[in-house]
Every structure is written in structure tokens, then in C-alpha cells.
Design a protein around this ligand. Structure first.
Ligand SMILES: Nc1nc2c(ncn2[C@@H]2O[C@H](COP(=O)(O)OP(=O)(O)OP(=O)(O)O)[C@@H](O)[C@H]2O)c(=O)[nH]1
Length: 347
């Protein structure tokens, strides 16, 4: 099913299978749930909306959502939300699923939309032909589950996951794109809490002399360097760190560290790894990095300006190095910008 066929399917359900509709779930209620579901623009709120909808439409079932992560071809999973929406803390440890679920995820069993397990029903959700999440449904007592309704909601959720992924991703590198970066920086700046044990930082990273790569080896090899750099970022940084293609040959990283010194060490470790691991055909590539600590005193435009100034300092002082805005400011190398009437003006 694709996104455009969804409304027809729901209308069809209401016409052709009225007796399979759960009691108390008339068409207006289902449509209301769909409106709510499809208004979401973030994966977590989309997931909460799906579970709320299922809970409302199937009150006799317990529902849980697991997210899947693939490492070297093996699926790991962790519970993301359960029936009560709030009960699960984010970032539970990843675990190996049971052998039955493993067979389903690896598609060793004949691919079906719904699988029967010991405890109930399992509905895999796909992205580019790979399972990215699993809905687990346990009926209380002997309640019959309306498979048509369950599958329609699962497919709608899946379609929206895919749309979200497409609108948030950079097509060349697969990293998050600038649109996603702007949204997440805004959220992070607005929601910072001083009591969090690890401090938030923004780093801007730019490949050194990238024009020479394009000029010497061609644009396609240049693209490959961008892709490999993105892959090395994914291997080096943690799964909770935000990695973005900021534009052209520039990347952004939103990450946490216990101190500015530790943040500097993390970024220097990455720059060193890049310069020490030659790229196919091109050889050595180096990167320059500027970073700054996020602070509620500064709006997103100021935070970006601070990281950018630190990056510019790295570029103009020999490249292949990492600088923090706050340290440069103390030494008098850079100045703070202030926001006036929506623009950034220097003091
Ligand atoms: N292959 C490829 N090149 C790109 C892409 N986006 C931007 N570029 C190239 O990136 C290069 C950036 O060049 P400059 O801004 O002069 O920077 P630089 O050569 O990296 O020099 P410094 O940043 O000063 O070290 C240009 O040649 C752009 O054409 C892309 O998606 N693919």
C-alpha cells in the first residue's frame, strides 16, 4: 500500500467489513485518529500517536512498539513505547530478540504482514525493505483482533515513517539534512537543562581543500569522499549524537560531553582518524572543525555563528585542527555576535 491509497482503504473498510469494526470505533473516530496520526512530524510523537490510536481502537489489547537496529546484518531491538505511552524511558539497552522474532526480522519465515507469536501478534514495519520497528500486540483474554484495522494503521505509520525519513535525510550521504538540523538545534536550545550531567555542543566540520579533490579526481570521486566521510562519522560518533550534512562539504554534529575538554578530545580524535585513514584514490583528506557549547542565553543563529567563527579560525590557522569558540574568545581571537531585530550584528 502506498500513501495515496490509504484513504480509499479506510473508506473501503468501513463499507465492506462493518462487522469487523471494533465496537465503539465508528468511522469518524477512526478518521479523527488518522488526522492526529498524520499531523506528527517527529518520529517519537508519531509513535506515541500510533500507540494511542491502537489503544483507543483496540481497548482489549496490550500494545508495545520496539525499534530495530541492524549491526553487521544482525537485528537488535529495544522497547520504545508500551501500552501506557509513558512507561518506557528513552534509550533502553539494545537486546537480541527471541529466536522466533529473530527469524521474522531476518525474513527467514515466509514474509507475512502479521505473525502469530507465543504471546500474540507481531507486525514488522519496513523502511527500504528492512525491518525498522515491530508492533507487538497481546490480546487480553480471547479477544479477536481486527487484522484489517491493525494492518491499515501499521501501513499508515510505516508510510509516514518513510516520508519523515525522506524529508529529514540527505540523499547523498544518508545523514540528517539541514532541515532536520535546524529543527533539532531549535529544540535542543529551547529545552536545555543545566542539571543534565553531560553538556550539549555543536560542532561544524568542513573538508579541507575539497575543491582540489573535485578538480583533480572529478565530481563523482568527490561525492564518494563525502559519502565515506559520513560513514566514518557514523562509525565514530555515538548513536545518540546528531549527525547532519549542513551543506556542500560541511557537516554539523550535535553531541554531549562531560566537559569542553572532553568535547575537544572527542573531535580531535575524529579529525586525527580522518587524516590517518587514506581515502581510496584520493589519499589523505583532512578536516577543520569549530565548536561551541550550547547555552540557553543564545538563540540558534548565535550558536551557529559561534561554531562557524571557530571553524573559520581553524581554516585560517593551518586547517586540520579543532577550535572551541569559548576558548578563542578568552584569547581575544573571536567576538560574540548579538541578535538585533532578527539579524546578527557584531558588537
Ligand atoms: N563532489 C561534490 N562537491 C561538492 C558538493 N557540494 C559542494 N562541493 C564542492 O565543494 C567545494 C568547496 O570549495 P571551497 O568552498 O572553495 O572550499 P575548499 O576547496 O574545501 O577549501 P577550504 O574549505 O578553504 O579548505 C567546491 O568545489 C564545490 O563544488 C557535492 O555535493 N559533491
Amino acid at each position: 500500500m502506498n500513501a495515496t491509497s490509504v484513504p480509499a482503504t479506510i473508506m473501503e473498510m468501513s463499507r465492506t467489513s462493518p462487522d469487523t469494526m471494533p465496537t465503539g470505533s465508528p468511522l469518524p473516530e477512526i478518521l479523527g485518529s488518522l488526522v492526529e496520526l498524520t499531523a506528527q512530524r517527529e518520529r517519537r510523537t508519531l509513535e506515541i500517536s500510533l500507540l494511542t490510536t491502537l489503544r483507543e481502537l483496540m481497548p482489549d489489547c496490550t500494545v508495545a512498539l520496539y525499534n530495530c537496529r541492524w549491526i553487521d546484518g544482525h537485528p537488535w531491538w529495544r522497547i520504545q513505547l508500551d501500552h501506557s505511552d509513558q512507561a518506557v524511558q528513552p534509550n533502553q539497552p539494545w537486546a537480541l530478540p527471541s529466536s522466533k522474532i529473530l527469524r521474522i526480522l531476518l525474513q527467514q519465515e515466509e514474509r507475512q504482514p502479521v505473525y502469530q507469536t507465543e504471546t500474540g501478534l507481531c507486525v514488522p514495519l519496513y523502511q527500504v525493505n528492512q525491518v525498522v520497528a515491530v508492533l507487538m500486540l497481546t490480546p487480553n483474554h480471547d479477544t479477536a483482533v481486527d487484522h484489517t484495522l491493525l494492518l491499515a494503521l501499521a501501513r499508515i505509520h510505516e508510510n509516514f515513517l518513510n516520508l519523515l525519513h525522506a524529508s529529514d535525510s540527505d540523499t547523498l550521504t544518508g545523514l540528517n539534512n539541514r532541515r532536520k538540523f535546524d529543527a533539532q538545534l531549535y529544540t535542543l536550545v529551547a529545552s536545555q537543562h543545566a542539571e543534565l550531567p553531560r553538556l550539549p555542543f555543536l560542532a561544524l566540520l568542513d573538508i579541507d581543500h575539497f575543491k582540489r579533490v573535485n578538480d583533480s579526481y572529478g565530481h563523482i570521486i568527490g561525492d564518494e569522499v563525502l559519502l565515506m566521510l559520513a560513514q566514518r562519522m557514523q562509525q565514530y560518533f555515538g548513536e545518540e549524537d546528531g549527525l547532519y550534512r549542513y551543506g556542500g562539504e560541511e557537516f554539523a554534529i550535535l553531541f554531549r560531553a562531560v566537559s569542553a575538554e572532553k568535547a575537544q578530545a572527542i573531535l580531535e580524535g575524529f579529525a586525527e582518524r580522518i587524516s590517518n585513514q587514506p581515502f581510496p584514490q584520493v589519499g589523505q583528506v583532512t578536516v577543520s572543525i569549530g565548536f561551541t557549547q550550547l547555552d540557553q542565553c543564545f538563540v540558534p543563529a548565535q550558536v551557529i555563528d559561534r561554531a562557524d567563527k571557530a571553524l573559520y579560525h581553524s581554516k585560517t590557522n593551518g586547517r586540520n585542527q579543532v577550535n572551541q569558540f569559548e576558548a578563542l574568545q578568552l584569547q581575544g581571537f573571536v567576538q560574540q555576535a548579538e541578535v538585533a531585530s532578527g539579524d546578527i550584528d557584531l558588537f
